[in-house]
Design a protein around this ligand. Structure first.
Ligand SMILES: [Zn+2]
Length: 308
């Protein structure tokens, strides 16, 4: 397989030079899109039962390697998808088995875990070894382009709004000379679980939490909230249920955005949909994600497939 030299990071996609236009490695290879529904817990996804997204394949309940955004995305960009928590196998065997799936995802051959050694970074491997154009569009400021997750990407963009996957679709292109990889961190499913059409003054304003979310706007922290601030009271069951239903509603809404996504991507595109972690809505006294050890903060939906 032809190897490409390391490319200089650029801010916008640029057409490949004629000398890079090598056909054989790309014959039959897929564009590859990983959509990370930030904070979308498995149960919320299943309750929404998004018909369009579910056309990709069977929805599995998997487990994130981390309970909040930054480490979870780092892990994912090492190429490790949320796991199935198998018992009776060595971790190294599981990783090997998990990586074989990349042959199907990319329409390639001979990809295995050691293909990523020593860098252990999927975007580098896709760009430098397989010749992909690599793009990230993210919604959460903890993943901004100055963070270490921005490695191996031709373009890396923190979106203007935290909850507008549709705006990402406007920026996607799929030149036919080389396959494209997109990592989309989608924020509608993150607190405050808002459709982009909902006015900010309609968002739930619960004492303490909104203050933390405001800081998220200021690029300081992820919106993972366990305690209210300044002695404010914690949520009651009714508020938790209202927030949970809002997350379910965002999945219902996102299904319409996926309809558009499926319309604009070329047929040879593999799409993986998952979440970086779940969300707690009152279980064990928790709200949100982050400094929480509870099964539901790790349980995420996972489904993938190639459009036909
Ligand atoms: Zn997250």
């Amino acid at each position: 397989m032809k190897l490409f030299g390391r490319k200089t990071r650029i801010s916008t996609p640029s057409p490949a030079r004629p000398t890079e236009r090598v056909t054989p490695p790309f014959d039959g290879m897929n564009n590859f899109i990983v959509v990370v529904l930030d904070s979308c817990r498995y149960d919320s996804f299943m309750e929404a039962a998004p018909k369009t997204i579910m056309k990709l394949g069977e929805t599995e309940a998997r487990y994130s390697y981390a309970s909040w955004t930054a480490p979870s995305h780092y892990n994912l960009l090492m190429g490790l998808m949320p796991h199935t928590s198998p018992s009776g196998v060595f971790a190294s065997e599981y990783y090997k088995h998990d990586f074989v799936r990349y042959n199907q995802r990319l329409g390639a051959r001979d990809i295995e875990f050691r293909s990523l050694v020593p860098g252990l970074w999927l975007p580098d491997f896709l760009r430098n070894t397989l010749g992909y154009r690599t793009h990230a569009m993210v919604s959460l400021p903890v993943l901004n382009s100055m963070t270490p997750v921005n490695r191996g990407f031709d373009t890396f963009r923190l979106m203007d709004r935290h909850n507008d996957m549709n705006a990402m679709l406007d920026l996607m292109t799929f030149p036919s000379d080389r396959p494209s990889f997109y990592m989309l961190n989608v924020g509608e499913t993150h607190y405050p679980y808002a459709r982009p059409t909902e006015a900010e003054n309609q968002w739930p304003r619960i004492s303490g939490v909104h203050g933390v979310f405001k800081h998220l706007d200021d690029n300081l922290v992820d919106g993972c909230v366990r305690e209210s601030t300044s002695g404010d009271r914690f949520f009651d069951a009714e508020e938790m249920e209202m927030l949970r239903l809002r997350q379910v509603d965002t999945v219902t809404y996102l299904d319409t955005v996926f309809e558009r996504l499926f319309d604009i991507v070329p047929r040879n595109t593999w799409i993986t949909v998952t979440a970086d972690h779940g969300e707690l809505f009152g279980e064990d006294g928790y709200f949100g994600h982050g400094p929480i050890h509870s099964e539901k903060v790790f349980q995420v939906p996972f489904l993938e497939g190639r459009l036909r």
